[in-house]
Design a protein. Structure first.
Length: 565
């Protein structure tokens, strides 16, 4: 009795299992996104061609695709794109229909009956989903009229070749099949990986290439990817691992982070080893290397990239006081979580409200807009702090070179052998900001900014501005901007307020020298009181210093007064 019950079940399984696994797909056959006829299988069942949800579990939108049917994640290897220059992915609703019609043409129609995609082929006698992963339309004489290998998307498979004029384009995200930010392009003189603009596809610059008389890029049956040259030699791109098609599934994909990776999937991994795709080769060796081009680089603008060679993973990070514009789409970059420096802010206020923070082992090698040589790190920092266009600065001590960086920062990377010091401009915290005040005893022209520093709770210094006289030295050719000084710096510069150069109704003027490389001569007035005549009086007194032989005279209106907190 049990045998009689089992027989109908076996007959049912034997009739339903190979329902879609057929060698030839005859004219008049069709598929719909939902129902029993949604895809056609290859003879082994390893590959499928048909409708697949854009997002697993979501039945509102479908791709027309080729996928690995026996892997746990049903990895997509090809998907239909529109024929326009931007080649956007075709997505259809559950009411769509794909048909191999009586004229031997393949046509995809949306739920309204409008044709939204078709390959450039007609007159096929039949179609077939092959065990190589290539879906083909075949003429009566057995020749291939069209196949998915002819129009690759982001992936190539074993035995597939790319010839001049063909491209691979990454997805924007693993679950978003829109055109991404990276392109593998090929012609008869090169094969190269490019960073491209989204959505236009404009090639902003290459970051890996092979140059020469190139005939094709081959993913051979042994698992090696190489470029075949016109002189008969081959240049290996990735070598893969030994393993036959019977043991492994193979693919090579231009991933969303710009890395061209070769993967293998062990078909029979055993009970204790869950199957998964393993990377066996990739190019370029480090995607975080600067691309020396337009665009943001691997990660978005104002972010930086870290590539882990051990895990073959790319990670993107935001610097301090920045955050991702979109946590789910980090390629959009990072935004400052503070109000950037206003160009209406005077230089003294900028120096008191902003600081430069050393970002260890991080560099944004592009986005320079000014370079200085033979200057100190302090001078480099001052030049950035007082420039509203400057987002960061880089200083290289070995060459005494300073680079100013503008927004947005691009091609950021983490690299442990960086020999340059990267300093990011950030606002000072509330606890460390120097208090600003306006002194009503002076007009706005006379007193641009008042800033006070406390010393022993009784003594304050207020710096209004620095006026650099025309000098012959390279130091002042930098256009040294306004700098704020602490009381301790005044005290050191004047040797403890030791040398008196003059006195006035409001206080005593002392002579001093800054501790810079040219020993700039200064005059500082220590005030007993502040009055409108103070600056005029100070101007007369400082002229005495101007008559000396010092070439580097800075008129520093430094008022230091005694008073209560």
């Amino acid at each position: 009795m049990a045998a009689l019950l089992l027989l109908p079940l076996l007959l049912l399984l034997s009739s339903s299992t190979p329902l879609q696994a057929q060698q030839n797909i005859t004219l008049g056959s069709s598929l719909t996104p939902q129902g029993p006829n949604s895809f056609w299988l290859s003879p082994s069942g390893g590959f499928a061609f048909g409708f697949r949800p854009v997002i697993d579990g979501n039945t509102s939108s479908y791709l027309l695709a080729v996928w690995f049917n026996k892997t746990t994640d049903k990895t997509v290897a090809w998907y239909a794109n529109t024929a326009d220059p931007d080649a956007e992915v075709v997505q259809v609703s559950p009411g769509a229909r794909l048909q191999l019609n009586s004229k031997g043409a393949l046509s995809l129609q949306d739920s309204t009956g409008t044709e939204v995609w078709k390959p450039n082929a007609v007159g096929a006698a039949y179609a077939a989903m092959l065990d190589t992963g290539n879906f083909v339309m075949v003429a009566a004489d057995g020749s291939t009229l069209w196949g998915t290998f002819d129009t690759p998307t982001d992936t190539i498979l074993l035995t597939q070749e790319i010839t001049p004029g063909m491209t691979l384009r990454s997805r924007i995200m693993p679950t978003d099949y829109s055109n991404g930010r990276f392109l593998l392009d090929m012609d008869s003189e090169y094969v190269a990986l490019y960073l491209v603009a989204v959505p236009s596809g404009y090639k902003e610059g290459y970051y890996w290439y092979i140059v020469g008389n190139i005939t094709k890029l081959v993913f051979d049956a042994a698992g090696t990817i190489y470029t075949a040259m016109g002189n008969g030699t081959n240049i290996t791109m990735t070598s893969g691992v030994p393993g036959s098609m019977a043991e492994y599934y193979h693919r090579a994909t231009l991933d969303t982070d710009g890395v061209f990776r070769q993967y293998v999937y062990l078909k029979d991994s055993g009970q204790w080893s869950p199957p998964a795709w393993a990377t066996v080769g990739f190019q370029p060796p480090d995607i975080c290397q600067p691309m020396l081009s337009l665009g943001s680089g691997t990660c978005g603008f104002n972010s930086y990239c870290k590539f882990d060679g051990a895990t073959n993973q790319t990670s993107c990070f935001c610097p301090p006081q920045y955050s991702f514009i979109d946590e789910d789409r980090k390629y959009k970059g990072c935004k400052p979580d503070f109000q950037p420096q206003s160009c209406d802010m005077d230089e003294a206020s900028a120096m008191m409200q902003f600081d430069l923070t050393w970002e260890n082992h991080v560099d944004w090698p592009l986005a320079d807009y000014e370079t200085y040589q033979h200057i100190t790190e302090n001078q480099c920092q001052t030049l950035c702090l007082t420039d509203c266009f400057c987002a960061a600065t880089v200083y290289q001590e070995a060459t005494s070179t300073c680079w100013k960086k503008k927004f947005p920062l691009s091609n950021g990377r983490m690299k442990y052998d960086v020999d340059r010091k990267f300093l990011l401009k950030l606002p000072k915290s509330n606890s460390s900001q120097i208090e600003l005040q306006k002194n009503n005893s002076f007009s706005q022209t006379e007193l641009n900014i008042s800033s006070k520093w406390k010393k022993d709770k009784t003594t304050y210094c207020t710096v209004t501005r620095i006026e650099v006289q025309p000098l012959q030295s390279s130091f002042n050719n930098l256009g040294l901007p306004l700098k704020a000084f602490t009381y301790a710096e005044f005290e050191e510069a004047t040797n403890g307020f030791k040398e008196v150069t003059g006195t006035g109704a409001s206080g005593v003027v002392y002579k001093g020298q800054l501790q810079d490389e040219v020993r700039t001569c200064i005059a500082v007035k220590k005030l007993d009181k502040i009055q409108k005549e103070t600056e005029k009086e100070f101007t007369v007194e400082v002229q005495a210093i101007g008559q000396t032989n010092h070439k580097n005279l800075v008129r520093l209106l430094g008022f230091c007064s005694e008073g209560n907190e």
